[in-house]
Write a protein that binds this ligand. Sequence first.
Ligand SMILES: [Zn+2]
Ligand SMILES: [Zn+2]
Ligand SMILES: [Zn+2]
Length: 345
Amino acid sequence: MAESAESSKDYFVTTVNEDHATICWGCGLRLLLRTHAPVFKCGWCGAITSQNVNKTETKCLWGRRLQDRCFVTILSVFMLFLICGGVWAVHWFVFSVSYTFGIFHYILTAILAATTVSTFSLSAFRCAGTPPTLLWGSYPVVGKGDLKNYTFCHYCVKPKSPRAHHCRSCGTCVLDMDHHCPFIGNCVGAANHRHFIAFLFSAVFSTIYISFISAYAGLHIWPPVKYRSLGHLNGSGRDLAIRAFKEVMLALVSSAVQLSARGLILVYLFVSSVSLQIGLSVLLWQQLCYIYEGKTYLSHLSSQGSGGDHIEEKGCQNIFRFFGCPYSIFRYLPTLRNSPKRHTK
Ligand SMILES: [Zn+2]
Ligand SMILES: [Zn+2]
Ligand SMILES: [Zn+2]
């Protein structure tokens, strides 16, 4: 690296002013810089060098990995409970409605469970996306513009493309990194982003179905609610409404304590599935908005930080492209091949 730098000429310099010389990490050429320039770009290979490297590890890697594995285990057990507990809690009910409804319920449950578990496994255990390996470090090997806008990852000790980010939890650079998700214990990147979105879709549909079937079965198993006569309530306006509300809540609680274990599980299934449904729907909506804008979560943050000067093309074509639709459509419609590509996964 140093040898090639000494043999090089100084016309590969980007910012020539004073006599401050340094070495480009990308091609190994010697560059003359303006004094105290913290960040510079090589005029030959295009690599960006930052002289203010702040490499700080706040937590060891194995600690982060252990934390991720714990989250994944807890989530897997919870999913297993939702599936098995849900099947057990409503089994008596679905066949009491009709035999056809029972069969339909079991087919739908099997499809939703298989889809959710498989997409979860793919997004959790599949590599999120490894940036391509490039040759770097010496002038004859690195051609002009080969490392354009590449930076150097001091953790991985290799070039980092403009579309890659280093994840300190995974301890590696991830291509098109969206975010590090603690619940799947993995990064969401170019290789598993589609699986993650499929998991969110599947989980949202599953929780909608669980809340529907647990509410439907729970209404049949709920003990009769005995109200005290509301006629003795007197007063007017707000005071009367508060008293009536208290009376109704008291009647509901007194009937809820008579619920069987199956009934309590149904209540738990309903409450937890509705809570999950809300959280997952918000996350899915946010993800679809970023895909529609042709961005990832991290590129959205960086575009905000840079004042939004890099404007991406919004549109449904980003969503189609994300899910791989053009590859099947373009085989039949070759004239659409020239449409601009922004969000490539
Ligand atoms: Zn260079
Ligand atoms: Zn890295
Ligand atoms: Zn990560």
